[in-house]
Structures are given as C-alpha cells and as structure tokens.
Design a protein around this ligand. Sequence first.
Ligand code: AMP
Length: 273
Amino acid sequence: MKIISTPLELKEQLKDEKRSIGFVPTMGALHEGHIALIKKAKEQNEFVVVSIFLNPTQFLKGEDLDKYPKKDEADKKICKLCGVDLLFFPQANDIYGSDEVSLLAPKVRGYVLEGESRPSHFNGVLTVVMKLLNIVSPKRAYFGKKDAQQLNLISLMVKQLFMNVEIVAVDTVREKDGLALSSRNVYLSASQRQEALKIPTSLRSATAMVMKGLLDSELIIANMREILYPLDISYVAIVNREFTQVDKVEIGNSIILVEASVGDTRLLDNIWL
Ligand code: AMP
C-alpha cells in the first residue's frame, strides 16, 4: 500500500491510472463502519483509495477538533489489511491555503437538523469533499447512510455541479447491542454507553410502529422522545429522501433521524424505511 500526503503527488500518481478507482474519504480512527465502506469499494472497483483527513473546516468553534481520536498507525494497518491500494494522508496545510474559495451548503437542506445546530458545518464538509474528489478523480465514492444528511448533500452537490462521480451509499454498521459505530463512541464511559443505547432502541421502536401501520410522524416522534428521555435531544425528525420533513412515514421513501448528546458526546443515528 502506497501512502501519499500531498495532492500534487497523488494527482501525479493517479494521472495514468486506467483501473476503476473507488474512493473512501474518512477522518480516521477507523472502525468496522469505515471497513464496510472499504469492502464495498473493493468489491466494485479495481483500485481503492482511502483518505484520512481530519477536516478542520467542518468543526465549529468549541467542538471536538482538538480531542478528536487519532489512531494513525492503527489506521494504516487496517487499510493495509483491507487491501487498500493507496492511502492519502494529508495535513491541513496540504489541503487549505489562505484566502480560500469555498462551497456554500444549500440554504434550506444545509441548514435544517444537523445544519441548524452546526450552521457552517456542511460548508466545510462540501468544500473538503469537493477538493478530495478533484484530487482523486474516482469513478465511485463511498459514504455511510449513518450520516444521512451529509450523504444527501454530497449527492446533491455532485448532481447540481455536474460532477463525474457515482456516490454509493453504505448501510450503517452497528455493535451487537445496536449502537451505531462511530469514532466518537470512545468518548463514552461505560454508563454513558448504556444510556446511548436509548438511541437505537428509539429507532427500533419507531420501526415497530411503522410495521404496525402507525405512520403518523408526530406520534412516532413523541414515542421516540419518551424512550430517549432524559438524553439531551437536538432533534428527532422524519424526512423523505429529499430531506423534507413529512407528516406521515412513506415506506421506501422515509428516514427517521435522531441526534442526541450523552454527556458531551453528540451521537447521530437514523433508520431508512
Ligand atoms: P468519518 O470518519 O466519521 O467522517 O466517516 C467516514 C465515512 O464513514 C462517512 O461516509 C460516514 O458516514 C461513514 N461511517 C461512519 N460510521 C459508520 C457506520 N457505523 N456505518 C457505516 N458507515 C459509517
């Protein structure tokens, strides 16, 4: 596995690459969720590039950029074991200069839910994903359904800016007890981890309601809020695949989303119905 840290070197390396390139962008501290993306990329492409870049522009002031878990050596080993062909491992000054051009998230979809509590977050996400896609020029790029709004906005960017890449969505990987894997789970104490299980439990209960034909969003959300109590909830919402809030679940076109904090740790989860 080759490890490259500068965009120019990477572009040079890939400029004559004829094999299909699958690309998995990450912020490191890799876990089984990331590995599922890499495996999917391996299945569907002849050459797999993973990036590990802790993107500063998607963190707001006061968020956990400085304490975000770093596991560089373990991450390199995981990539190698997973058969990654090329690891892109840049530093912030390899990606950003001063007086930067940047992208703006759409005014509606970029500023609801996650974008409401973190107002410039998606500008940073879209800008870095655009830069990474331009550096790697993959045929396909892989993103987790766990970050449903991020996936939706990246798909929208690719469509609206007429970019030549296929965005592939990968199902959320969970621990045996249902907790969605996240690099931030390491912040949780044993008792907080137990509390955090209220999140997947609330989503399972919502799914059970839908299966019984109870489709009313207000009722489902009220039930989920009861289960989540006393977690600090940022939002519980039901949207369609265009990310517009809906009054009724429509099977095949709905996503139920939760963001809640356990202690200082913000956790995201959702279920696609
Ligand atoms: P991150 O390193 O947290 O920025 O995540 C990199 C990619 O992995 C994103 O596309 C995430 O949506 C995806 N991802 C994170 N956690 C999971 C998970 N538990 N299951 C599937 N994909 C995930």
